[in-house]
Design a protein around this ligand. Structure first.
Ligand SMILES: [Zn+2]
Length: 213
């Protein structure tokens, strides 16, 4: 939420001259869209037409997206907001006006905003369902540190904790329930397999972890 708000504010200054009014932000877990701006079209008396009000910006957090795509999604929705809050008429949902603003921001900011509200195949492959994982940070007696992701049911955590201490020279196991997408790269199981995290100075390029059976 803070991330979306901070980026909304920064992009508002950067691309919209700070002219967009504050908008309530909500996180969504729905399927089928990355972001959405909703509002009410309210009639203004008998002959004065309609006015768009009660705006809400929704950003989907069901899946963990690459950061650049999250940013482009925020910008995409801000273009919808810019058009609607100024009561501009576009030729369609992503009409001439939308595309002109999109092209302007893509050029100014070297961004890759598209008119799609969905993920393409490559993005789908990169995306991870956003979920909470039970993560063991294992401190070995020799000073090494390892990571293991275990199914988050208590019985699995207890079992794995007990068996790992029998099997390996372990000083301490710290457990975390975390939704940090970093841990999506580790298989979740009760196998007695711990991924050693190399010390920064040993970190090979392009290979984050090695496994200890
Ligand atoms: Zn759109």
């Amino acid at each position: 939420m803070e991330y979306i708000q901070a980026h909304f504010d920064a992009y508002n200054r950067q691309y919209f001259g700070g002219q967009l009014p504050a908008i309530p932000i909500k996180l969504s877990h729905a399927k089928g869209f990355l972001g959405k701006v909703t509002f009410m079209r309210k009639r203004q008396g008998l002959f004065r037409g309609y006015r768009n009000e009660d705006f809400v910006l929704r950003i989907n957090v069901r899946i963990d997206l690459p950061e650049e795509l999250v940013q482009d999604t925020i910008l995409h929705e801000m273009i919808h907001y810019y058009i609607a809050v100024n009561q501009f008429q576009d030729t369609s949902t992503h009409g001439r006006l939308f595309r002109a603003e999109m092209a302007r921001i893509n050029k100014e900011g070297n961004r890759h905003i598209t008119i799609s509200h969905r993920l393409n195949e490559e993005q789908k492959a990169q995306a991870q369902i956003h979920k909470v994982r039970a993560v063991a940070i294992v401190h070995f007696s020799d000073g090494k540190t390892g990571v293991k992701v275990v199914p988050k049911q208590e019985k699995h955590i207890r079992y794995w904790h007990k068996m790992a201490q029998r099997r390996f020279p372990i000083e301490r196991i710290d457990w975390h329930m975390t939704d940090d997408p970093y841990f999506a790269q580790f298989p979740s199981s009760i196998a007695m397999k711990i991924f050693i995290i190399p010390k920064p100075e040993e970190l090979p390029v392009g290979n984050l972890t090695k496994s200890l059976e």
